[in-house]
Design a protein around this ligand. Sequence first.
Ligand code: SF4
Ligand code: SF4
Length: 259
Amino acid sequence: MRNAEPGISCPGCPHRAAYVVVKDAVGRGRGRVFCGNAGCRIVGAMHPAATTCPGGEQAILPRYRQAVPDGTAPAAKVCAHFIPAEDLLAADAPDTFSQLSQEGACVLLCVLASSARFLDSAAIEQLKGCAERLSVRSATVLDPFDTLASTEFIHGLLEAPGVHVLIFASPCAQLLHGRSPEPVEIDRLGCQGCHRCKQLTGCPALVFAPPAYTVDAEACAGCDLCADYCRTRVIMTPRARMTPAERREARIRIAQERR
Ligand code: SF4
Ligand code: SF4
């Protein structure tokens, strides 16, 4: 198989948002292992949080490659797996994920629910039911674009050993295509050119035009992920007055209207 080139993931990709929020919440350092089998090879290639995975191994940049704990190596402090929701639905047998608890003191099974079927809240509940039937300590639905709430929640889990299922539910950017929320704007005079927004999110709509960043308004999907991670707060969003729940409802409404 040809090695996949490091790719360009879609602006507004909820998979990438989930990687970003988990990686930021878990932090760097020894004993942190990330495994990606999100079914989206390009995201795996793009994001440094992703390391080895059965589905996307060819796509992973070598510098991020790490061995997935196999029960013989010392357990990691934190191990985060990223899988597509369809894998969880298909694996409705309790022993499918039975090895997870050996992989770390705290194991996060991050389930990415972004396809059209998960625009329906009943499908999300079904997914949660599948998770609860596994021998896991908790199963929770999160919005990957509600970075503050998700980060705080994950911080709490790191103090609670065991396997936790995190269902990251938000429509795939492709479902919004052509009907995206309004783009963000960057105050170029205030931008410090620190690259944090680009390095963390990898979003192709963020363009470095020295000495500062700008946004490709045609490409921006208005997900606001970059705005959340700019420490100098120079990325301005038209949705500043909306709550995370309102933003999520707007994304789902657009995706439903396009069906
Ligand atoms: S994180 Fe903010 S200050 Fe840093 S480069 Fe991006 S927009 Fe500029
Ligand atoms: S809001 Fe930021 S991260 Fe989201 S698509 Fe636009 S430029 Fe990319």
